[in-house]
Design a protein around this ligand. Structure first.
Ligand SMILES: O=P(O)(O)OC[C@@H](O)CO
Ligand SMILES: [Mg+2]
Length: 235
């Protein structure tokens, strides 16, 4: 029998870019705003913003692009909001997310979500996916009072570990799924194992600290982590 990487009992999912394809909306809106300043949005900046709380990502955006004298982080958030508000409810579930969530839920593995997104955005993004998110034991949001700092701080993952039944759960028994560099770092800072499912455009230097890197959730093999195996015929 193959050796188990770590004996996992609980699973925490990131949301944006991991369970649902909302990262493309942030990218699109940021490209539109930067074009006004004759600048282009690239993946090195994207890598620094993704996964963070809105205001933290906004500060990185205006400072890194050198537009902070013309546009404050707060005004940037107001400006992108009109576009995001109509885009978020149209988001799709990422490949393999539905199968994995349903499998873990059906086999009794406690699962939850830990996201940088605040409540208002979470509600817009999950509008059409309530069936899936209702399988989560709990959800920890970026504007939760216990989340003092966004990812890469471990706050959101430690709060998530506390709220499982019988919590706090030992971090070494928790597996986190993440797409963002800040999120992978946050999970490691919390002492948890992490499977990274990065966008292929993200520089591969960000893969290093993840315990496993997959190109899709469809490629995840629960047995490698001591989790109940997937049925071969499941789709
Ligand atoms: O933590 P996640 O769910 O990726 O959300 C962060 C969000 O603000 C987009 O980057
Ligand atoms: Mg994410």
């Amino acid at each position: 029998m193959a050796t188990v990487k770590a004996p996992i009992t609980h699973v925490i999912f990131d949301m944006d870019g991991l369970l649902i394809d909302t990262e493309k909306f942030y990218t699109e809106v940021q490209e539109i705003i930067l074009a006004r300043y004759n600048k282009t949005f690239d993946w090195s900046l994207k890598a620094k913003m993704m996964g963070k709380k809105a205001i933290e990502a906004a500060r990185v955006f205006v400072e890194d692009t050198g537009i902070s004298d013309s546009l404050s982080a707060e005004d940037f958030l107001v400006e992108r909001e009109d576009m995001l508000r109509t885009m978020f409810p149209t988001c799709e579930v990422m490949p393999g997310a539905r199968r994995l969530i349903q499998h873990l839920h059906a086999t009794g593995v406690p699962i939850c979500v830990a996201t940088g997104s605040h409540r208002r955005h979470f509600d817009l993004k999950t509008q059409r996916h309530g069936d899936l998110f209702s399988l989560m034991h709990h959800v920890v949001l970026g504007d939760d009072p216990e989340v003092k700092q966004g990812k890469p701080s471990p706050d959101v993952f430690l709060a998530a570990a506390k709220r499982f039944e019988g919590g706090p759960i030992d971090p070494s028994k928790i597996l986190v799924f993440e797409d963002a560099p800040s999120g992978v770092q946050a999970a490691k800072n919390a002492g948890m194992s992490v499977v990274m499912v990065p966008d292929p455009r993200l520089d591969s230097s960000y893969h290093k600290i993840a315990d496993q890197v997959l190109s899709s959730l469809l490629d995840f093999n629960p047995s490698e982590w001591g989790l109940p195996p997937l049925e071969k015929e499941a789709s």
